[in-house]
Design a protein around this ligand. Structure first.
Ligand code: UDP
Length: 342
């Protein structure tokens, strides 16, 4: 299959690109390198340095069967202070991409949605039928795209799968070229904890220690990026099959959560980092981070039923792979720090 991957120079996009290539697909990566890295694009993929509003000439060149769409802005606090960036890039940008797809008759798409579309849940595990009440413009900008895809499926015969990620971690380690997380502004727990383990930060803050959870710290649902990639390949197959079956112009839009179905607390993650790295990894108690719910856990039953997907890699494996990737990074990349939270 010939696939256009937007955002293929980023963390998850580069891992999925590598997995698509090893499954024998032909991949073109479209990425404006606003946050991605050209050298993260796996060898074997064609690379076009351009944004998603500039996809038209690429799709016009023809031959694409599907789009896997990752390119987006994804820092929650930035979305609060500069929402225009999120509506512009994530929502209007995707509308332009869908219009290019429609113009060139490419109607199969897998979209990176997010658990942030749900906001604070009434209960866990979170089902795809749970209310969607995003608490920040990032989640809202992605939810708008999910709605857009439902309407494009109905009106324009698109076959779409939206995948709602929970907390993605880990890396794809190979002898030749590994892919992993290396954000200029690091906000996520596991990479920050690894920076502490490596001695690049003095200590880690546990954001909130009086939550109604077994150890008082927040519980999140962590998922290995390779399990996530596996779900994308299955989603692509599913959307392609739906597109072939819908020759009467009938489209489809499937929404699935991608999570492990179980949670780990911040303190459990820190313990895993200590166990895997063998480093002390000092942590101090700190105030709650604004807007952080106590527990976010996915139900992954729908992904199992609809895509035949089950994650197989546990938290220690995520930390071990992330640690190995971190140790391969140059010191200046590995040590980048940031105060934001994603
Ligand atoms: N967290 C923390 N210290 C940090 C970074 C994150 O205690 O330095 C907590 C954060 O409050 C949340 C969990 O770790 O409860 C996961 O945060 P992350 O930013 O990795 O992902 P999010 O759940 O916000 O998408």
């Amino acid at each position: 299959m010939r696939v256009l991957v937007t955002g293929g120079a980023g963390y998850i996009g580069s891992v999925v690109t590598a997995e698509l290539l090893s499954a024998g697909h032909q991949v073109t990566v479209l990425d404006n390198l606003s946050t991605g890295h050209a050298d993260a694009v796996p060898a074997g993929a064609e690379f076009v340095e351009a944004g998603i509003t500039e996809a038209d000439p690429v799709l016009a060149a023809g031959g694409f069967d599907a789009v896997v769409h990752f390119a987006a802005k994804s820092l929650v606090p930035e979305s609060v202070t500069a929402p225009e960036l999120y509506w512009h890039n994530n929502t209007s940008g995707t509308l332009a991409l869908l219009e290019s797809m429609r113009r060139h008759d490419v109607r199969t798409i897998v979209f990176s949605s997010t658990a942030a579309t749900y906001g604070e849940p009434d209960s866990v595990p979170i089902l795809e039928s749970s209310p969607t009440r995003p608490t920040n413009p990032y989640g809202a900008s992605k939810l708008a795209v999910d709605h857009m895809l439902t309407s494009y499926a109905r009106a324009h015969g698109f076959s779409a799968v939206s995948l709602r990620y929970f907390n993605v971690a880990g890396a794809r380690i190979t002898p030749e070229n590994s892919q992993g997380e290396r954000h200029a502004t690091e906000t996520h727990l596991i990479p920050i904890a690894l920076q502490v383990a490596a001695g690049l930060r003095p200590q880690l803050q546990v954001n909130g220690v009086h939550y109604p959870t077994p150890d008082g710290s927040c519980v999140r649902d962590y998922i290995h990026v390779l399990d996530l990639a596996d779900a994308h390949l299955r989603a692509l197959e599913r959307a392609t099959r739906d597109q072939a079956d819908g020759s009467d112009g009938q489209g489809s839009h499937l929404i699935c959560n991608l999570g492990s179905g179980s949670g780990s607390s911040v303190r459990e993650v820190i313990e895993s980092v200590r166990r895997i790295t063998g480093r002390p990894t000092p942590a101090v108690d700190a105030p709650n981070r604004a807007g952080d719910p106590a527990v976010l856990i996915a139900s992954n039953d729908k992904a199992a039923a609809e895509l035949g997907w089950r994650p197989t890699r546990d938290l220690d494996r995520m930390v071990a792979d992330a640690w190995q990737f971190f140790q391969q990074l140059s010191p200046e990349t590995a040590g980048s720090t940031g105060a934001d939270h994603g």
